[in-house]
Write a protein that binds this ligand. Structure first.
Ligand code: NAD
Ligand code: LMR
Length: 329
């Protein structure tokens, strides 16, 4: 049976993440090796020519699953019929900036995009916000789309999740595939909390395997939380291929499910679980099945974790209040 292509809208298609992302979407890594896709690229007028160049390269790959590419500079057209929307287009931070410094610059992009999703996307739309500050941009877009179920708006903390797995594997000599149930809590910012207390390494509790609280507090957590800045410092530009890879992982897991016994991290609208105020978009441990996610419930949160989760959540509440002041909510 021939499947109907899935419409995937990518904003910021001419940017560096866009360039690392589009070829993997077209080759089947986002949704599955048997799922045809149509790409809808959204750019600003200055980015249209470069997006056309990328589209020419996509054509030149003759991807069997790619059933069409359209390019727009109008969000109302770009989100028409979208089943999946990857909101990447935004200004990246440069050396010396925190992601929160981008609030006013990038907040203005996400309100009209949320409204366009509300008016034109398909009923089953799933949205991933990558553009920073990702959690609060997702909140802005979600607030502008009252007819779309709030849980369809998610923010990317999968890059942090993958970074944490990699650092833990290096420290313990384990293979990355042996590490399960790691959690990123809170904001995609320097306050985020990568939690190993419920994680497992080859079936053993990760905190017990590490057995070094000082390393956790002084090396592991800051290395993961400040990795974005370290990459900007080293590359002179913010992470691109690893960010694109994480976006692929996020949507693939959301659509195709988490493995038995494992979970992932996603920035999602809080339902009040774990004392996180309802409504803000915060990262939680989630399992996914049949295109839906659920927060993992019943985890014991120790004092070490509680203080760190609370600090990151407090920052999200401040960001929400700041964008409210700016009239973006
Ligand atoms: P980039 O500057 O290379 O590309 C951004 C692109 O977005 C440009 O082509 C620009 O023309 C386009 N754009 C700007 N406004 C737009 C709009 N309103 N509609 C459509 N397109 C628009 O930036 P990049 O390196 O690709 O990064 C994009 C965003 O992703 C930044 O905000 C960056 O901080 C963020 N990021 C997030 C994560 C994460 O883990 N959540 C990781 C890496 C980067
Ligand atoms: C990252 O984590 O690499 C991105 O959010 C880019 C940044 O500004 O840190």
């Amino acid at each position: 049976m021939t499947r109907t292509p899935v419409n995937v809208t990518v904003t910021g298609a001419a940017g560096q993440i866009g360039y690392a992302l589009l070829f993997r979407i077209a080759s089947g890594h986002l949704l599955g090796a048997d799922v045809p896709v149509k790409l809808r690229l959204l750019e600003i007028p200055q980015g249209m020519k470069a997006a056309e160049g990328t589209a020419m390269e996509l054509d030149d790959c003759a991807f069997p699953l790619l059933k069409g590419i359209d390019i727009f500079d109008d969000p109302n057209k770009g989100f028409e019929g979208a089943n999946v929307a990857l909101l990447v287009g935004a200004r990246p931070r440069t050396a010396g900036m925190e992601r929160g410094d981008l609030l006013s610059a990038n907040g203005g992009i996400f309100k009209p995009q949320g409204a366009a999703i509300n008016a034109h996307a398909a009923d089953d739309i799933k949205v991933l916000v990558v553009g920073n500050p990702a959690n609060t941009n997702a909140l802005i877009a979600q607030a502008a789309a009252p007819d779309v179920p709030a849980e369809r708006f998610t923010a990317m903390t999968r890059l942090d999740h993958n970074r944490a797995i990699s650092q833990l594997a290096k420290k313990t000599g384990a293979d990355v595939t042996d590490i399960k149930r790691l959690t990123i809590w809170g904001n995609h910012s320097a306050t985020q909390y990568p939690d190993v207390f419920h994680a497992e390494i080859a079936g053993k509790n990760a905190a017990e395997v590490v057995n070094d609280e000082l390393w956790l507090a002084d090396t592991f957590i800051p290395t993961v939380a400040k990795r974005g800045a370290a990459i900007i410092d080293a590359r002179g530009a913010s992470s691109a291929a690893s960010a694109a890879n994480a976006a692929i992982d996020h949507v693939h897991t959301w659509v195709n499910g988490t493995a038995a016994g494992d979970w992932t991290s996603m920035g999602i609208p809080s339902d009040g679980s774990y004392g996180v105020p309802e409504g803000i978009i915060s990262s939680f441990p989630v399992t996914t099945k049949d295109g839906k996610y659920e927060i993992v419930q019943g985890l014991d949160i120790n004092e070490f974790s509680r203080a760190r989760i609370d600090a990151s959540v407090a920052e999200l509440v401040e960001e929400r209040d700041a964008v409210r002041e700016l009239g973006l909510l």
